[in-house]
Design a protein around this ligand. Structure first.
Ligand code: MCA
Ligand code: AMP
Length: 507
């Protein structure tokens, strides 16, 4: 038996071919042989720390090739990878560690003090891993002695139904849910995307996304690895580095903010984009006007696709064929999508309803939450996405809204309930309502509307305590104090009224 995901992903990898370039004053080049060697070294280290098949390995570490190798090492060891957003605070992280009980939790060396008590209390072994770029940087305990570990590792056999990763996604109740993804989920999706988007060994992807979410970790990395192509691996997004490396690249995967920022830069011209064969957008809605402006500027049409943490990718505009602005294209080959009413009855084409998905990409359920799983995953395999959509006669899907209050800011998801719970804890706050309104850079920006017991109210104190508990991207960019929240006759807060009132907050 093979290791379904690891062996599958590296099936086309050939030893000395380039896997990644890390640009810089002293560029680093990483071959597929390195991938095999370094993931073996890290897998040996994990096993030495007591990691057994099925154990969770959690990591909140800076973006680096070694972070990708840790993902592959975990898969090779038969364990389950749990990547965590580097913006999460210790308060947020402790929930994930408590819920997932990882055997090992690996953090940034600078965060050791913040996490050592928590790891000891929860019985996780704490290790550290920095960016292994130069001798001056703190490589952390995990990378401190790379030569001390063998580059031979007997990869643990795993089948397609075994778990490969748990990725947490925020919930409507404020509690995050761990989506359990199998080897089969990840490999089948990567195979479909390689074929559909025509990735080959000749592709060079500009990788500017974080590697703790589906987009940067699975869509970008799995697809390029499976194709045997290579990455230009950047620490994050900036117009300068993207434009510098575009002439050596063939494709970019990004959230809409990447594309609006590029369009704001006059250096981004048809000439600058001429060697690129593909620009892909996802994680948040790409405005049709951005699509049109991009085509006017470069002569190329962005390919928009749609996915979720629970399902990887579900639909995509075609590679050859009509990339229709404002739509996310038809279902991927092998994936079924339908638009339903609340009872799961399919609606006729053109009607707005709940988007449901079924296929080999759909996850196994939420970690430790059978009741949540039952609410969202029907017994016959259809997953209720929470997205409202329509489907045209020819199968093209348009996302028109969300059935819940989810805010998507620069490609990161924020559930208002989670922010409201933290605000409501603050002394002097009677109640709050958190909404997303248009933001020129992030698509949506977070606004908190609060009602307080007495004036004057110390907004700065509130901001400080939000800062201790919530990742920066979730914190409201504007706080408004009102005498009362608008409610309907049932007593429910009218978020649509608030969204209308504050729609120009960031105009
Ligand atoms: C940074 N800030 C943000 C965000 N990013 N605030 C709200 N939303 C954000 N996304 C804060 C910073 O902390 C800072 O706060 C201020 O905004 C300005 O930061 P800036 O330097 O401009 O931001 P940046 O570092 O350039 O980051 C922007 C970014 C980044 C490049 C758009 O957010 C990003 O990489 N987003 C991609 C997220 C992603 O990978 N999503 C995929 C999820 P202050 O100045 O006040 O300190 S996977 C998924 O969704 C599904 C499955 C799918 O379909 O792919
Ligand atoms: P996540 O919680 O990170 O898994 O984000 C998944 C959500 O992102 C989906 O449920 C959609 O609401 C949204 N999303 C992803 N891609 C697109 C897209 N191309 N257009 C609109 N929304 C999208």
């Amino acid at each position: 038996m093979t290791n379904h995901l690891y062996d599958g992903l590296l099936a086309n990898a050939s030893g000395e071919r380039l896997f990644a370039t890390i640009p810089g004053a002293k560029p680093r080049y990483y071959s597929y042989q390195h991938v095999s060697d370094v993931s073996a070294k890290l897998a040996n280290q994990l096993v030495a720390l007591g990691v057994r098949p099925g154990d969770r390995v959690a990591a909140q570490i800076p973006k680096s090739i070694e972070a990708l190798m840790l993902y592959l090492a975990t898969v090779r060891a038969g364990a389950v990878f749990l990547p965590l957003n580097t913006a999460y605070t210790a308060h947020e992280v402790s929930y994930f560690v408590e819920d997932a009980t990882p055997r090992v939790f690996i953090c940034d060396p600078k965060d050791t003090a913040a996490y050592s008590d928590m790891a000891a209390r929860l019985g996780s072994r704490l290790e550290t891993m920095g960016v292994w770029q130069s001798p001056d940087e703190d490589a952390g305990s995990f990378l401190a002695d790379p030569d001390g570990w063998s580059n031979e590792f007997e990869t643990v056999p795993r089948g397609q139904d075994d778990l490969a990763a748990i990725l947490y996604t925020s919930g409507t109740t404020g509690r995050s849910k761990g989506a359990m993804l199998t080897h089969g989920n990840l490999l089948s999706n990567a195979r479909t995307l390689v074929e559909l988007w025509q990735f080959t060994q000749d592709d060079v992807l500009l990788h500017a996304l974080p590697v703790f979410h589906t987009h940067g970790l699975f869509v970008a990395t799995n697809v390029l690895t499976l194709a045997g192509g290579s990455l230009i691996f950047l620490p994050g997004f900036s117009n300068d580095t993207i434009l510098e490396h575009m002439p050596k690249s063939t494709c970019l995967m990004g959230v809409p903010t990447f594309y609006t920022r590029l369009l704001d830069d006059e250096r981004f011209t048809r000439e600058a984009a001429k060697d690129m064969r593909l620009f892909i957008s996802g994680s948040a809605p790409l405005l049709a006007e951005t699509h049109a402006a991009f085509e006017r500027r470069t002569g190329q049409r962005i390919l928009e696709r749609y996915g979720m943490t629970e399902t990887n990718m579900n639909t995509s505009n075609p590679y050859d064929g009509d990339r229709r602005a404002g739509t996310v294209g038809p279902a991927l080959p092998g994936v079924d999508v339908r638009i339903c009413d609340d009872n799961g009855e399919e609606l006729k084409r053109g009607d707005v309803g709940m988007l449901e998905v079924r296929g080999p990409n759909v996850f196994n359920g939420y970690w430790n939450m059978p009741e949540k799983t039952a609410e969202e995953l029907r017994p016959d395999g259809w997953f209720i996405t929470g997205d409202l959509a329509t489907m045209a006669e020819d199968g093209y899907v348009t996302i028109v809204g969300r059935g819940n209050d989810l805010i998507i800011s620069g490609g990161y998801n924020i559930y208002p309930k989670e922010v409201e719970l933290v605000i409501d804890e603050q002394l002097g706050v009677r109640e709050s309502s958190v909404i997303g309104v248009p933001h020129p850079d992030f698509g949506e920006g977070v606004v908190a509307v609060i009602v307080v017991d007495t004036q004057p109210f110390d907004v700065e104190l509130l901001q400080r305590s939000l800062g201790e508990k919530l990742a920066r991207f979730k914190q409201p960019k504007r706080i408004v104090i009102l005498d009362e929240l608008p409610r309907n006759t049932m007593g429910k807060v009218q978020k649509n009224v608030l969204r209308e009132s504050y729609k120009d907050s960031f105009a």
